[in-house]
Design a protein around this ligand. Structure first.
Ligand SMILES: Cc1cc2nc3c(=O)[nH]c(=O)nc-3n(C[C@H](O)[C@H](O)[C@H](O)COP(=O)(O)OP(=O)(O)OC[C@H]3O[C@@H](n4cnc5c(N)ncnc54)[C@H](O)[C@@H]3O)c2cc1C
Length: 492
């Protein structure tokens, strides 16, 4: 039987980065991915000449000196074809008001002052908090344990309450929160999550030419170059507990490999289903994990466009129409993100594809949940068609050429995300963190099984930056934080 120091379940960003850190520190790792394609939410797919992203679209904090620059420097990802977005990287339209999010705090404040000239003091207060979070982003890598940090930091404060208490104008509050389809706005959202994500993009905003899957492929190649293995079509079907730890991992229901440690990048609820017989995992723990709420899912319409119609735009457009931003109501298409692809620009300045994203809850697709992919019937097709049309209608307010330019659309729902990433209820950002209960909703990598650990967006922070940080907390469980991060801070 083959034997490894560490088996990593799943090749999402969290799995590959954790494997990278451990391989770099001399451990024999093997990453097992159930689908044919690496990357989880970084996967891309091709239709004709069009390459579409499924999840990730842009990152923040990648400027020299920025947090993602430091992390991606460590992971050897800086050479990928990153492209800086426009100075004004996001455009937010809430009903009749349009505001631009600019890179750099001075520019950011100036843009907002143009739309809200009386809000200087409030904006100064707002940006000071975001900057403060950015300045201390790596504090939790220092001697104080990650566990303490997550329980005592702004994770215990409400993002919504902060905005309600410090920003008087409702429209300004909505505009400030308006790029937030990249998290789940809601009463429960911790201020730390809100501030950390918003800060990183205001520091700098980037897209990648050629799709997010390159990140996964590059990480996998690095893991292999360091002696690790990365296998696709290798679904972990059972974790075999023996003498108080996981000793063997079953792959595709037939093959077994031995290991000293297991790290799961899969959703925690799914991870528990893999341990069928356990002396260590009590029912109360299973019930707790299974009852934790998940963030909403996403509906995505990947659109291919007729050439020469829609001008390319090097920033995103967020649109809201009569929306209560902090309370998404299932079935209502009152918010949409339009995202462009940098490498689809024709010589005439037009673009040939656009993605439209809008939240979608499990309830909205539950009726088709037990039906196999591709066989969900006409009602499912009709629902997706209506949703696509509603998204196009809303996006057309700022992209008037769009409706007549669509050549083909390819759509995905929370059912697609469940299929491709195994995430519970097709959730986009994993387990929902709740400021009022960080102890129970912000997870550490540890599980009741001493050699089984978790990694990825379900633990504490989602998104490329958040997951990259989390991979160090998980790796630290095996090799210690000082060892895990020694090269990260080498020049400090
Ligand atoms: C629609 C959407 C848009 C987004 N946009 C952005 C963005 O613009 N910027 C940003 O920073 N972030 C964005 N995100 C968030 C970001 O993509 C995720 O936070 C991150 O990629 C999650 O990585 P992960 O490693 O935690 O998990 P995942 O990507 O979910 O990976 C988990 C992997 O585990 C595998 N797996 C599960 N079970 C098993 C098993 N039994 N055996 C083997 N393998 C298994 C799955 O197949 C999958 O590959 C977006 C997410 C979504 C859904």
């Amino acid at each position: 039987m083959k034997s490894y120091d560490v088996i990593v379940i799943g090749s999402g960003l969290g799995g590959l980065e954790t494997a990278y850190i451990l391989a770099k520190n001399g451990m024999k790792v093997c990453v097992l991915e159930r689908t044919p394609v690496l990357g989880g939410c970084l996967q891309t797919f091709k239709r004709g000449s069009h390459l579409f992203d499924t999840g990730f679209h842009y990152v923040g904090g990648l400027q020299e000196g920025g947090p993602l620059h430091r992390l991606f420097g460590y992971f050897d990802l800086l050479e990928l074809p990153w492209q800086r977005m426009d100075d004004c990287f996001d455009e937010v339209t809430v009903d009749d008001k349009t505001v631009f999010f600019a890179q750099g705090y001075e520019h950011f404040t100036d843009e907002f002052l143009r739309a809200f000239p009386k809000a200087k003091a409030e904006l100064t207060n707002y940006t000071a908090l975001l900057k403060e979070v950015g300045a201390h982003i790596f504090d939790n890598f220092k001697p104080r344990s990650a566990e303490t940090f997550f329980n005592t930091s702004l994770f215990g404060r409400s993002a919504k309450a902060f905005l309600d208490e410090t920003i008087t104008d409702r429209q300004l509050r909505d505009c400030l929160a308006g790029t937030s389809l990249k998290m789940e706005l809601g009463e429960q959202l911790p201020l730390y999550t809100y501030a950390q994500i918003n800060n990183s993009f205001i520091e700098s905003a980037w897209r990648i030419n050629g799709g997010g899957e390159q990140i996964a492929r590059h990480l996998a190649a690095s893991v292999e170059a360091m002696g690790g293995e990365v296998r696709t079509r290798a679904e972990v079907t059972e974790l075999v507990e023996c003498d108080g730890k996981i000793g063997e991992v079953e792959i595709n229901g037939q093959e077994r490999v031995a290991c000293r440690h297991v790290i799961s990048n899969a959703h925690p609820a799914h991870t528990l289903t893999l341990i069928k017989d356990s002396a260590l995992i009590r029912n109360i723990y299973r019930r707790r994990i299974n009852s934790m709420a998940n963030t909403f899912g996403m509906f995505t319409a990947n659109l291919s466009l007729k050439p020469g119609r829609v001008p390319y735009c090097n920033h995103n457009k967020y649109l809201y129409e009569q929306a209560d931003l902090w309370n998404y109501q299932a079935g209502k298409t009152d918010r949409v993100l339009a995202s462009y692809y940098p490498d689809t620009v024709a010589p005439d300045g037009s673009c040939t594809q656009i993605d439209l994203l809008t939240p979608m809850t499990w309830d909205e697709v539950a009726a088709w949940a037990e039906m196999p992919m591709g066989k969900r019937g006409q009602s499912y097709v009709d629902m997706k068609r209506a949703k696509t049309e509603a998204c196009v209608r809303l996006a057309s307010k700022r992209i008037p050429e769009l409706a007549d330019a669509i050549e083909k659309d390819y759509t995905s729902t929370p059912l697609s995300y469940r299929h491709y990433t195994n995430t519970s209820f097709g959730s986009a950002y994993g387990l929902r963190k709740d400021f009022s209960n960080p102890m129970l909703t912000v997870m550490t990598p540890k599980t009741p099984v001493p050699n089984l650990f978790l990694t990825g967006q379900n633990l504490n922070l989602h998104g490329i930056l958040g997951v990259s940080m989390t991979s160090f907390f998980t790796a630290a469980e095996l090799i210690g934080m000082e060892t895990a991060t020694k090269e990260l801070f080498i020049n400090d």
